[in-house]
Design a binder for this molecule. Structure first.
Ligand SMILES: Nc1nc2c(ncn2[C@@H]2O[C@H](COP(=O)(O)OP(=O)(O)O)[C@@H](O)[C@H]2O)c(=O)[nH]1
Ligand SMILES: [Mg+2]
Length: 282
């Protein structure tokens, strides 16, 4: 299965975003901490020019803390880039982000002369959640597709920062099929476009190699299954997902496995580790 992404008007969207970025002081790129590379859009590196960039590794509550630390170190080797793990739903987690924004633009951050910040990122990484938590009220629809970036208004956060109320929408690089599978496993891609079985098997293979003990615990296994297929059969038996004749329904077992993975039920799991190299520019 090849995972596709809507191509839309990517060139135009990038131009718009480039214009918006000219008028702001700090770019806040929201990433999924479980897959900070594949949930990024590598074109942002050019778009931001010399503007400071904060990479927010969101959904840290779901990610492997040791791997997240390695990602932070990896990102901060880039000039002008800071990285911060957090959970966008937690108000307390946004305080270090505010301090970082203010610290990166020392000339601003006063009444009448605020730091102008903007949240950007691919769908489903938690942009709306972060904007709402920062604003202390519901402004951006959670779970919705963001509106076009031209309609942005500034929200005064009353702490020396103003924030665009609409996130800049980026999209993932779907030419990297491994990355596309990781995104699908994380839940970033609409489930109607998904083949649960192939994504489940993909995620199962990664977890068998990287998080075997968590799998054993979650599914009460004394021995590690030998293949992702065997893992899915074990999950299906455990969850009673049987089709006619008592055979495991692989599709439903994979769906259950992915649901539990995405909800963090298997444990704090990251789906990729640094270093990963950006795709070669076209
Ligand atoms: N576990 C967890 N889920 C989150 C977090 N932030 C956002 N989400 C969930 O991720 C989904 C997408 O969030 P949303 O803010 O709509 O993402 P957007 O498309 O980037 O605006 C929603 O179901 C959120 O509740 C977080 O820190 N932890
Ligand atoms: Mg949104």
């Amino acid at each position: 299965m090849t995972i596709q992404w809507y191509p839309g008007h990517m060139g135009k969207a990038l131009e718009q975003l480039e214009e918006l970025i000219k008028r702001i002081d700090v770019v806040i790129e929201v990433l999924d901490a479980r897959l900070p590379f594949s949930s990024s859009n590598h074109k942002l590196a050019e778009l931001r020019r010399n503007k400071p960039l904060i990479k927010v590794l969101n959904k840290h509550d779901l990610a492997d803390p040791a791997v997240t630390k390695a990602w932070v170190r990896d990102f901060e080797r880039q000039t002008g880039v800071r990285a911060l793990p957090l959970s966008a739903r937690k108000h307390a987690d946004t305080k270090p982000l505010i301090r970082l924004c203010l610290g990166l633009v020392p000339k601003r951050g006063r009444p009448g002369f605020p730091v102008r910040a903007m949240v950007v990122g691919i769908p489903n990484v938690g942009k709306s959640t972060l904007i709402n938590t920062l604003a202390g009220k519901s402004i951006a629809k959670v779970g919705d597709r963001p509106a076009v970036t031209t309609a942005t208004q500034q929200i005064d956060l009353r702490n020396g920062i103003v924030l665009s109320d609409t996130p800049g929408l980026l999209w993932p690089d779907m030419s990297d099929q491994e990355g596309a599978y990781r995104l699908a496993a994380s839940g970033a891609i609409g489930d109607n476009a998904l083949d649960y079985t192939s994504v489940g098997l993909f995620a199962g293979e990664y977890l068998l190699g990287r998080y075997p003990e968590l799998l054993k615990q979650r599914y009460g296994l004394s021995e590690l299954p030998e293949s992702p297929h065997d893992l899915m059969l074990a999950v299906g038996r455990r969850r009673g997902m049987l089709a006619a004749g008592g055979v495991v329904d692989l599709h439903r077992a994979s769906e259950a496995f992915l649901r539990e993975l995405r909800a963090g039920k298997i444990g704090r799991i990251s789906l990729e580790e640094p270093p990963l190299d950006p795709p070669v520019a076209e």
